[in-house]
Design a protein around this ligand. Structure first.
Ligand code: Y12
Ligand code: CO
Length: 173
């Protein structure tokens, strides 16, 4: 399966993802292809909507203490629901669908989620630190929300200007 990353301002990123009902070989092929494109793009998290598949599917591969991304740390999360959240933390976020732009975003410090794995088994995950932030960023994608949608009016205006400049530079090179 050949995938490509959908980039802002593509309207497809605003779509709400639908629940996965079939845990079949098509789903496994999507997850495998998402992992390859995420690694190839130097990402640590990716939602299926970012590769034009509006399904409630996301993957995360947070680097370990040595900064290495190993497949054993790969998380495949399907149909997630946040069941508990607490605290506030701020982190400078980036997104493969908004290349070249990073901004401080407030998130919950800790979350507990319920989700299904690639075989449909129900799981619970308690997350804090970068994992918690990444989970919330990716679950937002499933609801058609980008991290830039969380910026204040003036920061958003600044972003639009800067992003246009980044896009122009990209076209020139
Ligand atoms: C904390 C905050 C947000 C997340 C969501 C996952 N985000 C990413 O994986 C972002 C990756 C990314 C990679 C980029 O490429 C390189 O660094 C080579 C990038 O830069 C450009 O596209 C120019 C931007 C974002 C997880 C945890
Ligand atoms: Co993103």
């Amino acid at each position: 399966m050949q995938l490509s990353i959908v980039e802002y301002p593509d309207k497809r990123l605003k779509e709400k993802s639908s629940q996965v009902k079939k845990f079949d070989t098509d789903l496994h092929a999507l997850l495998n292809a998402m992992y390859l494109i995420m690694l190839d793009s130097n990402g640590i998290g990716l939602a299926a909507i970012q590769v034009a598949h509006p399904k409630a599917v996301l993957i995360l591969n947070i680097p370990n203490e040595d900064g290495e991304q190993t497949e054993e740390n790969l998380l495949e999360i399907i149909n997630p629901i946040i069941t508990s959240k607490n605290g506030i933390t701020t982190y400078q976020e980036g997104c493969l669908s908004v290349p070249g732009f990073y901004e401080d975003i407030d998130r919950h410090e800790k979350v507990i989620i319920k989700y299904q794995d690639r075989n449909g088994n129900t799981k619970t995950l308690e997350a804090d630190g970068l994992l918690s932030i990444a989970i919330q960023h990716e679950i937002d994608h499933l609801n058609g929300i980008l991290f830039i949608d969380k910026l204040s009016y003036s920061r958003r205006k600044k972003f639009e200007k800067e992003y246009k400049r980044i896009q122009k530079e990209k076209k020139r090179s």
